[in-house]
Design a protein. Structure first.
Length: 208
């Protein structure tokens, strides 16, 4: 679990301070393809995500590295849980809860390509991301958020409740990055945390 050693950063804005008639009470749009994890097919994206923030029925997850989360900035109300180095890793990388491995007929990162590194891996995911919540994920360019939602699909989550909000840092094609969107209302600007070290430890977990 993360261990933050000294930080003066404020990672989010209080929902009670930011609630407006426009943002937290809008009904989340229904996905046309329930199990799609592609940002291009998500009705929640950098252009409209401000309208769906600070909802009690949602989890807002930023999957970038802690360094990127703080230095590049982030969206108010999002929690940083890194995909690489904590949730999952590439083939041969055991320093994460899951290892991605190629499976016949599937691309790396698809549902069905995640394998537990620890006996407790699935339990930790279920505790971090309760199934009774809608989950809105964002990442550097929308790729890690796609993989993350595929992991949740593999573990039996309802695809209707999983939204890939796309890119925070790097836009792709017509898909803009949130930090580049001039009308972004809840952008928390980046800061340098030279005196902060964030580490993740799997000590105490049971290796498979």
């Amino acid at each position: 679990m993360p261990n933050e050693k000294s930080s003066d950063a404020t990672s989010s804005i209080s929902a009670s301070q930011e609630k407006t008639s426009e943002s937290p009470y809008n009904v989340l749009p229904v996905k046309e393809k329930a199990d799609s994890t592609l940002m291009s097919e998500s009705p929640v994206n950098p252009y409209n995500i401000d309208d769906y923030l600070f909802r009690d029925d949602c989890l807002y997850i930023d999957l970038r590295s802690p360094d990127s989360f703080y230095k590049e900035g982030h969206i108010a109300g999002f929690t940083n849980i890194p995909f690489y180095g904590y949730l999952a890793g590439f083939p041969g990388n055991k320093a994460s809860l899951f290892e991605m491995k190629k499976s016949e007929g599937k691309y790396l990162g698809d549902a069905g390509t995640f394998f537990e590194n620890y006996e407790e891996s699935v339990q930790i995911i279920s505790e971090l991301f309760p199934k009774n919540k809608k989950i809105i994920a964002i990442s550097t360019a929308g790729v890690e958020s796609c993989y993350f939602l595929n992991l949740l699909l593999q573990l039996g989550y309802n695809g209707e409740n999983l939204y890939n909000a796309g890119s925070f840092t790097n836009g792709m094609g017509k898909d803009i990055a949130y930090r580049s969107y001039k009308k972004a209302r809840f952008l928390v600007k980046g800061i340098e945390l030279s005196d902060t070290k964030i580490e993740y430890s799997f000590k105490g977990l049971t290796k498979k």
